[in-house]
Design a protein around this ligand. Structure first.
Ligand code: PLP
Length: 396
């Protein structure tokens, strides 16, 4: 008999759980888009969005998901026939590369597989060989949402500098913004890409491209077309022009509320810190479960793990059984595997832990996974939950 009652829990790596306050802020009639509350609200978003990415640079807001922001970033910086270098850590950078190819952009991919981050020596070597500066941009993710690996962004910057290469450095922070520590300016990132439905706790539909002066120079040699053009979006004082049409009205009210919570109440540093502790509690539980049976973390090196999502490996078929049990019997939805093929598919699952989360929510997810393993007779170590509570207890 199912225990699936009460509020369901969505522990997938995006969309994330929305705070009730964000939902409530959106619950209103359509606003005037030419004057009034909405128009006044938008100007207040930009400084807070800069704080979240730790930058003083410009940003364009698009009505799109993350894929739209990927396309916007490419359209404003490179053109058909140009070459970009893809830092292939996990699955998402490869998908971004496919999108680039669909625009006639040539891609060179360094594939690091599904279990580790970018080897910066290799990156430096590849760039050093590009003596004619054919590579116009280096495309990386901070967090790969499939493998749950996290790249060391300042180390990537250093590797580009060590090769004395002029390429633009573009970083996809769609999964990690508002979860993992990030400093666009201090870390020397030229273009940052993000979306609102993960760490920013707002329904999917708004995306962001931040760009510095070097990226503005790159923009001058390309023709992005009207809709994606970040110059049009950021140069007009007219609200309607900033969105190239009707603004995403209710999303903007929701985002305002989410940024109040994140930037003005919790504070971005405390938010990173909370994500670090909640992640560590999850990793510690998985390590303890793994003392018996087949469970293990997909990213062996803890310094290379994302604080927004955790991918774990199980014995054959166990991951699907756990997911299905949790969904049907307990109202907990876990993330399906991405980027793992064939036999590897059924032995991976993902836990999303981005955004609006606290210890009862995380312990609820962990406790439900452990319950599933008991119900399914999947062998596991017994101390997972108590190990996780010790991490939470040590938080300061
Ligand atoms: C979610 C995600 C995307 C894609 O975003 P959509 O909104 O689904 O288009 C791209 N990159 C990363 C790292 C992501 O986590």
């Amino acid at each position: 008999m199912s225990l699936n009652f009460g509020r369901p829990q969505l522990s997938i790596p995006g969309p994330s759980i929305m705070p009730d306050r964000v939902l409530a802020a959106m619950h209103r009639p359509s606003p005037n888009i030419y004057a009034g509350a909405l128009v006044e609200l938008v100007d207040t978003l930009y400084p807070d969005l800069r704080t979240v990415a730790q930058t003083k640079h410009k940003l364009a807001i698009y009505i799109s998901n993350g894929h739209g922001a990927w396309e916007a970033a490419l359209k404003n910086t490179v053109k058909a026939g140009d070459k970009v270098l893809i830092i292939g850590t996990g699955k998402f950078p490869l998908t971004w590369g496919e999108m680039a190819r669909s625009h006639g952009i040539e891609t060179q991919v360094i594939d690091f597989g599904m279990q580790t981050d970018c080897d910066t020596e290799v990156l430096s070597q590849v760039l050093s060989k590009d003596t004619n500066n054919e590579i116009k941009a280096v495309l990386a993710v901070q967090t790969d949402t499939a493998s749950s690996v996290k790249n060391n962004i300042p180390a990537l910057r250093n590797a580009i500098d060590a090769a004395d290469h002029d390429a633009l450095f573009m970083v996809d922070c769609i999964a990690s913004l508002g979860c993992d520590e990030y400093h666009m300016d201090d870390w020397g990132v030229d273009v940052t890409i993000a979306a609102c439905q993960k760490g920013l706790m707002t329904p999917a539909g708004i995306a962001f491209v931040y760009f510095n002066e070097k990226a503005e120079d790159a923009r001058k040699r390309v023709e992005p077309g009207e809709y994606w053009d970040w110059v049009l979006r950021t140069s007009s004082d007219i609200f309607y022009r900033q969105f190239d049409g009707t603004a995403p009205t209710h999303h903007l009210f929701g985002l305002r509320e989410a940024l109040d919570i994140l930037v003005h109440e919790e504070g971005i540093k405390a938010c990173w810190n909370r994500h670090a502790t909640l992640s560590k509690a999850i990793w510690t539980a998985i390590d303890a479960w793994g003392l018996k049976g087949n469970l293990e973390l997909n990213i062996p090196d803890s310094s290379k793990r994302s604080c927004a999502v955790t991918t774990l490996k199980t014995g054959a078929g166990e991951a699907s059984q756990i997911r299905q049990w949790c969904e049907a019997n307990a109202g907990l939805t876990l993330g399906i595997p991405l980027g793992f093929e064939g036999d590897d598919f059924d032995c991976h699952l993902r836990i999303g832990h981005m955004g609006h989360l606290n210890p009862p929510m995380v312990m609820g997810t962990l406790g439900t996974i452990e319950t599933a393993m008991k119900a399914l007779d999947i062998p596991h170590g017994e101390t997972g939950l108590s190990a996780a509570t010790q991490i939470l207890a040590n938080h300061h």
